[in-house]
Structures are given as structure tokens and as C-alpha cells.
Design a protein around this ligand. Structure first.
Ligand SMILES: NC(=O)c1ccc[n+]([C@@H]2O[C@H](COP(=O)([O-])OP(=O)(O)OC[C@H]3O[C@@H](n4cnc5c(N)ncnc54)[C@H](O)[C@@H]3O)[C@@H](O)[C@H]2O)c1
Length: 449
């Protein structure tokens, strides 16, 4: 049980029992991945709905890549339970994949990591050296600072009863090419022997590189800066998408031209960023920098640009409606897509929500159609359209999410059912010239009006 000198050998041959605490977007595919790799798996979640669905072989997340791959009920080596008391004593390694959101005032909310840690440590077999690995995204210092005091308070000892490590999850939901079994992993641990042992374990999960990178904080920081970098890169093109239309230049033309240079990195502007990572993780880094008295100015500025993008787009849409002669208070806008990203049914932190709210505050009526979501995923101020073929009488259609279903609607049919045939491409993926040839008045983020 737990770490022993033959751990690496057992890991390489799949003879370990792996616990996964939190069976959401990250935890469920991770549990399935370890099961597929031959390990005994104990999956635990506090949500009874999640447990019941998984036990029926149903996917409780909006990630379509998980459909049809959940082991069938009763499968060998596959144990799903809401009882952490039952699971923890059976495991050699426990992976914690719980949420790390921000509070309303944009501060890191570490309560899930803390609570999950406590329930794991309370149920450990003494002297088992069970390895507890945090996979949730955090800022450097969280694993040790949050868990060490709990371990000590329970009278447990690292190196005797428990070992702790950090291995961030980097897979991309809705993107089969970057699933849990095909992304590189980094492992942080203050004990190099444990870190190197975990390399053997994760090497059986993924076909990509697995590396022990040193202390916990290195791996924690690596994960958070990956998402900080993405937020900054997207913020740059979003800022350019605000500047260039004022110069009567389409930002996409500029980006395509610049991208002919070998070292230019091409990003695409949009109505805003969403999900559990990009709009959240930078606040973890901002907080940590503030703790040590260093201003994270660039990271904060990028956050501001991306967070205000929906407001900026709402202003443009309002101008377009005004110019089209739509009387104040009677504008009707249809959102194509609501999820924060294409092909995934995930409304968390979606920029659609602040965009809809900003339009609602300007007395524009918002209806949304997203075939990946259910009615209850939409806020009460937004009407949910069930069938795109029943869309009628709108003044403007906004492409919010580049789901294939949204791109391939019958544009020729819809143009004739609009009150005003205006389209706004919030993702820069539509063929605007083609739409114009069908009779649409086409606008897009970063395009001059
Ligand atoms: N979603 C992504 O694309 C992604 C990618 C990489 C990393 N991450 C990170 O992974 C972590 C998890 O994200 P997610 O998207 O899977 O979240 P999620 O909300 O989809 O899933 C978390 C699950 O944990 C469960 N849970 C909460 N507290 C628990 C507890 N004490 N015991 C047992 N279960 C508990 C919840 O019920 C939920 O099912 C976050 O830190 C996130 O930043 C997410």
C-alpha cells in the first residue's frame, strides 16, 4: 500500500490502485485513462448526480470525448463511489482533481483543495506512505501551504504516513488529439525519489514526455503560467481588434499579413475568453505576486482587456442596431452558441453571459441557441431557442461559439426570416463575403463597421 521500494516496478506494470477525487472535466477522463492503462481505479465525487450518472455509464460532463468511453457498470478494476472513507484506504496513489475557482472579488478560492485534502488525509492508512497528488491548477506554494498544516494537525508525518506531490493536468476537453493519454506531464515533489517514482506511473498513462521537474512550486508555477501566457496572447489580439477598426483596417488582414513572418504567433480575436482556466488562473498568479509585493502589471492588464471584451462587443452591436434604425428597446439578438468553446457543452465563465447581460442592460432582447447545452444552462434573462429552424424576426445574429452546428446553419434560409439581416462574427471563422452574397450585412470583431 502506498510508496514502497518496488513502487516504480508496480507502476510500470499497472499493479497499483489509483484514487481520483473529483470526477469532473479533468477527473473523469483521468480515472478512465488510468483504468484503460490497466490500473485498479477508485473514483470519488461528492455530487451524487455525478456518481449516479457514471455508474449508469453516462457522461456527467459536457466533454463529448468522454461519451461512450466510460467503463460499463460492474467493470473489473472500476470502482465509483461517493464514499471517500471507502476509497482512500484502498489506494496507493490519490489524485485530487477538484475545482479551483475565484471568489466574486477575483481572489483564489482554495476551499475545495483544502476540504478534499482533509477528507483524504483523515482516511489514510497510518504508515502507508500513500502518495497524494494535487492535479488542480494552483499558484506556487498552494499544495504545501494548504496541505502541510492539515497533515500535521491530524498527527500524520510526511515520509511515514503520506507523501505529497503536484502534477498539473494539461489536457484539452473537446480536443481528442490532446486527451489525458496524449499530453506531456510535469511532476513536482520535495522528495526526488517520490517524484521519479511518479514518472513511472504517469508514463503508463500518457504516450508523451513525463518529467520530474523538482520541487512542488516549479510544477505549480509551470501550469499557471501556461494559462497566463495564453491569456496575454489572446489579450494582445483582442486589444488590436479594438484599435485597428478605428484606423479603418481589419485586424484579421493585419494578423494574416504579420503571420507570414517565421516568428509571429497567430491568435484570433473574439468576444472574450471563458472556461475554468484562462479567465481564472491568471488571478492565482496575480494574487501570489501581490503576496510577495511584486506587481503583476502585464498579467493584470491582459485580464482587463479580455474581461472587458464582451462589454466592448456589446457596445459595437448596439451601434450596429442603432445605425440599422432599430428603435431603442426593441432590438432582438440571437446568439449562436453559448458554451465558452467550440464542441463542448460547458457554460462556465462563458463570455456569452457578460455579453448578454450588457445587451440586456441596453434593453436588447437576447435569445440563444446552443445544441450542446440544456435549458437550465442559460440565465433567466436569456431566452433559450430549442430549434434553430424556428428562429424568426431577429435584428442581428451573433456567432458566439464556433460549434460546427452553428457554422453550418442554413444561412440562406435564416437571412429571409430576419427582421434585419445582420450577422456579427464574434469568432472570425465565418466567410463574410459569402454571407454578404446571400444578403447578409456582415460585421465581425476587429472589422471596421
Ligand atoms: N476543465 C479543464 O479544461 C481543465 C484543464 C486542465 C486543468 N483544469 C483544472 O482541473 C481542476 C478541476 O477542474 P474541472 O474542470 O475538472 O472541474 P469540475 O468542476 O468539472 O470537476 C470537479 C469535480 O470535483 C467534485 N468535488 C468537489 N469537491 C470535492 C470533494 N471534496 N470530494 C470529491 N469530489 C469533489 C465536484 O463535484 C466536481 O464533479 C481545476 O483546478 C481546473 O483549473 C481544468
Amino acid at each position: 500500500m502506498g510508496w514502497s521500494p518496488d513502487f516504480s516496478e508496480k507502476a510500470s506494470s499497472g499493479k497499483l490502485s489509483i484514487g481520483v477525487i473529483g470526477l469532473g472535466y479533468v477527473g473523469l477522463p483521468t480515472a478512465i485513462g488510468f483504468h484503460d492503462a490497466g490500473f485498479e481505479v477508485w473514483g470519488v465525487d461528492i455530487s451524487q448526480r455525478t456518481i449516479d450518472m457514471i455508474l449508469r455509464g453516462q457522461n456527467p460532463t459536457g466533454d463529448p470525448d468522454v461519451n461512450d468511453i466510460i467503463p460499463v457498470p460492474g467493470s473489473d478494476r472500476w470502482n465509483i463511489t461517493s464514499s471517500i472513507e471507502e476509497a482512500v484506504p484502498k489506494c496507493d496513489v490519490i489524485l485530487v482533481t477538484v475545482p479551483t475557482p475565484v471568489t466574486d472579488d477575483l481572489k483564489p478560492d482554495l476551499s475545495y483543495v483544502q476540504k478534499a485534502g482533509i477528507s483524504v488525509f483523515e482516511n489514510l492508512v497510518p504508515k502507508s506512505r500513500t502518495i497524494v497528488v494535487l492535479e488542480s491548477t494552483v499558484y506556487p506554494g498552494v499544495t504545501a501551504n494548504t496541505w502541510h498544516p492539515e497533515i500535521e494537525a491530524l498527527g500524520l508525518e510526511i515520509g511515514v504516513d503520506v507523501e505529497i506531490a503536484y502534477c498539473p493536468e494539461r489536457f484539452n476537453p473537446g480536443d481528442a488529439a490532446h486527451g489525458v493519454r496524449s499530453v506531456a506531464r510535469v511532476i513536482g515533489c520535495s522528495n526526488p525519489t517520490i517524484g521519479e517514482s511518479l514518472v513511472h506511473l504517469y508514463s503508463r498513462l500518457t504516450s508523451e514526455d513525463v518529467r520530474y521537474v523538482g520541487k512542488l512550486e516549479v510544477a505549480e508555477a509551470a501550469k499557471v503560467i501556461e494559462n497566463v501566457q495564453r491569456d496575454i496572447n489572446i489579450a494582445l489580439v483582442n486589444e488590436l481588434a479594438r484599435i485597428f477598426p478605428e484606423l479603418d483596417v481589419d485586424v484579421e488582414d493585419v494578423l494574416s499579413a504579420a503571420a507570414t513572418k517565421w516568428n509571429f504567433h497567430r491568435y484570433t480575436p473574439g468576444v472574450g475568453v471563458g472556461g475554468h482556466c484562462i479567465p481564472v488562473d491568471p488571478y492565482y498568479m496575480i494574487q501570489r505576486a501581490a503576496d510577495v509585493g511584486v506587481p503583476a502589471e502585464l498579467i493584470s492588464a491582459a485580464r482587463t482587456v479580455n474581461r472587458t471584451m464582451p462589454l466592448h462587443v456589446a457596445g459595437i452591436i448596439n451601434d450596429i442596431l442603432y445605425k440599422a434604425g432599430v428603435p431603442l428597446g426593441s432590438g432582438k439578438v440571437l446568439f449562436l452558441g453559448w458554451s465558452y468553446k467550440a464542441e463542448v457543452g460547458d457554460p462556465r465563465e462563458t463570455p456569452a453571459e457578460p455579453l448578454a447581460l450588457a445587451l440586456h442592460n441596453k434593453s436588447v432582447h437576447v435569445t440563444a441557441w446552443d445544441p450542446h447545452l440544456n435549458t437550465e444552462d442559460f440565465p433567466s434573462t436569456v431566452e433559450c431557442l430549442q430549434d434553430i429552424n424556428s428562429a424568426e424576426g431577429f435584428d442581428l445574429v451573433v456567432l458566439v461559439t464556433a460549434h460546427q452546428d452553428c457554422l453550418s446553419i442554413d444561412w440562406n434560409q435564416l437571412v429571409h426570416k430576419m427582421r434585419n439581416p445582420i450577422v456579427y462574427d464574434g469568432r472570425r471563422v465565418l466567410d463574410l463575403e459569402h454571407l454578404e452574397s446571400l444578403g447578409w450585412q456582415a460585421h465581425a470583431v476587429g472589422r471596421p463597421l
